[in-house]
Design a protein around this ligand. Structure first.
Ligand SMILES: Nc1ncnc2c1ncn2[C@@H]1O[C@H](COP(=O)(O)OP(=O)(O)OP(=O)(O)O)[C@@H](O)[C@H]1O
Ligand SMILES: [Mg+2]
Length: 252
């Protein structure tokens, strides 16, 4: 059984058909790319997968469960986590606390336990600190755990977003243009990190990206979107050499 199965997904905004008849199957452990020109509908697909928008057509199955139309928080609990095209960190919180926000969403204690500082509160907090520090180590951010998130360099903020998404222990990780705004060295490092996350966490990853070096370096399969519709899909090398993909997107 595929980890993610999307069939005939669609949504319109007014008269604009932003996503039309979109289908996608991703196997457990795959690193899959979603590419296409600006405004093609890529982020809208992430918003549909995560419950920000409800599709008007089609369905979404995650690990055998129908999650179509569920709320964002429910979908996160079912196992989809994401990062955003524009970084959305809690800029005033520390690096450590940003990761702990992700953990809190997943392993909550009751509000009363928190307010009264019951023994369970300290036990859970200690476990969360340890788990958050482990994640920060993976991303080489443990030395900056006490920094304010906004004081991190841009490339590290992007990595922190991924660490926070992983804190919810997802089955599927969605990355929306993680290399946007990065310099070539940062992109190179990000590439290694994404591979590491897939290999060590056995994570399934769906990646939106404009940086073709990154896409061809890490994605096994791709879907190309154009005007909300699938233009091409398949093995990365084949798709990137497809004349209609070159004409509509890569030859820009
Ligand atoms: N909430 C919304 N209301 C109206 N139109 C929207 C909304 N969200 C997206 N759109 C439109 O849907 C289309 C697809 O947008 P989307 O953000 O998904 O593109 P994208 O492929 O992610 O592009 P980019 O590479 O620039 O990020 C665009 O024409 C956009 O203006
Ligand atoms: Mg986008």
């Amino acid at each position: 059984m595929a980890l993610l199965e999307v069939k005939n997904l669609g949504i319109s905004f007014g008269g604009l058909r932003a996503v039309d008849d979109f289908s996608l199957t991703i196997e457990q452990g795959e690193l899959y790319g979603l590419i296409g020109p600006n405004g093609a509908g890529k982020t809208t697909i992430f918003n549909l997968l995560t419950g920000v928008y409800k599709p008007t057509d089609g369905y979404i199955m995650l690990d055998g469960e129908n999650i179509t139309g569920k709320k964002t928080i429910e979908i996160n609990r079912h196992g989809i986590a994401r990062t955003f095209q524009n970084i959305r960190l809690f800029s005033e919180l520390t690096v450590l606390d940003n990761v702990k926000v992700g953990l809190h969403n997943h392993h909550p204690y009751s509000t009363l336990t928190g307010i009264l500082r019951l023994p369970k509160y300290y036990k859970v907090e200690k476990e969360m600190n340890e788990r958050a520090m482990e994640l920060l180590k993976v991303f080489d951010l443990d030395q900056e755990a006490d920094y304010k998130a906004s004081n991190l360099p841009y490339g590290k903020q992007r990595k922190l977003e991924i660490a926070r998404a992983l804190a919810t222990d997802p089955k599927l990780l969605l990355l929306d243009e993680p290399a946007a705004g990065m310099n070539p060295n940062e992109t190179q490092e990000l590439m290694k990190t994404i591979r590491f996350v897939r290999d060590e966490f056995h994570m399934t990853i769906l990646l939106i990206e404009h940086d073709m070096k990154l896409v061809s370096g890490i994605c096994e399969r791709l879907t190309v979107l154009n005007f909300g519709q699938i233009l091409a899909e398949g093995e990365t090398t084949e798709v990137l050499n497809d004349p209609k993909v070159i004409a509509a997107y890569l030859g820009e």
